[in-house]
Design a protein around this ligand. Sequence first.
Ligand code: PLP
Length: 382
Amino acid sequence: MANFDRIIDRRSVTGDKWGRYAGRDILPLWVADMDFAAPQEVLSALQRRVQHGVFGYTHPWPSLTDAVIDGIERDHDWRIDPDWLVWLPGVVTGLNLACRAVAPAGSKVFTATPVYPPFLSTPANNDCELVTVPLEEHHGRWEWNRAAVEEAIDAHTRLFLLCHPHNPVGRVFDEDELAWIVRLAEQHDLTICSDEIHCGLVLDEHRPHRPLAALSPTAARRTITFMAPSKTWNIPALYCAFAIIPDAALRRRFKHAMRGIVPTPNVLGLVATEAAYRDGNDWRQAVLAYLRINRDLTCEAIQRMPGLRTTYPEATYLAWIDCRETGLQDPAAFFEAAGVGLSDGGPFGMPGFVRLNFGCPRATLETALERMAKALGQPGVF
Ligand SMILES: Cc1ncc(COP(=O)(O)O)c(C=O)c1O
């Protein structure tokens, strides 16, 4: 069984997370990947494929498609048709393609803040106007300001970018919230991009992930769903993702936007994806159990730190921390100076917050939390 306590030296390989602080004593709890080895089932499949030695052009194959379709049905109770799948080298690529496919230059694209930064840059990349409304925290839960969203969407809006489960606030949106988004889309003839890359990482056992497109045929018709094995099984640099587009006309437009530009994912990404979806469920359950304890530890420690507040993430390995009461001008820089590298809330559209990635061995997390507490004059948070 996987040992998530094992510290793996990531400084010895090139990579964003640990590379940013090379040569400095700063624990990186920023970019969204975990410090855990991928499941043995995935490693073994990759090793077998590498051992073969020939890497000729390779397109997705039937047992891969079956593994993905069966895995989504097993985990999310949604049976998709193989024709609906469009393979991609990444979800960010997919968000930009969706924008290109359905939102003409000058039209508006809606999303709620805070949000994973590429949501905020996608509209400008495609000459569209970004329209945002902040999510609001009420009694420890991030919620939609429905009146403000309804007001912000108008006849020029073409696309609704949804992050579900949500990075960074960790919400798993419920049926009522999702149904409201679908109604809005119907009313304004919008396409919905539902980025569900974190759907395998639902921590809250009472709140299963419900794919938005699975709500109704109406929802399916309007929705481009994105999923990938990258977050759940910790293989983001294998660059393999897919869109699920039930509507044939919408799928045609999306594929048209890809033409001549977007290649199939590389063969190792495809091999890893098949193994992850088919054989990776035990590992997924084990990592979720480990992350639940890390989440509780993080939330309890943050609560004891003066001026910090956080909500309880229902999904993801990310905690979204409100630092505004500390009065710090630049909380990310403050914690970096104290030896902890967090993501700054500014690029997510919400300055004054930081995002902490607790997808790491417990010893690393505890040291980081102790450093943060000490910097705020509150050592001994455990
Ligand atoms: C919501 C969300 N979408 C997409 C991505 C990145 O996807 P990809 O690496 O497949 O482009 C991330 C990574 O953190 C994410 O959190």
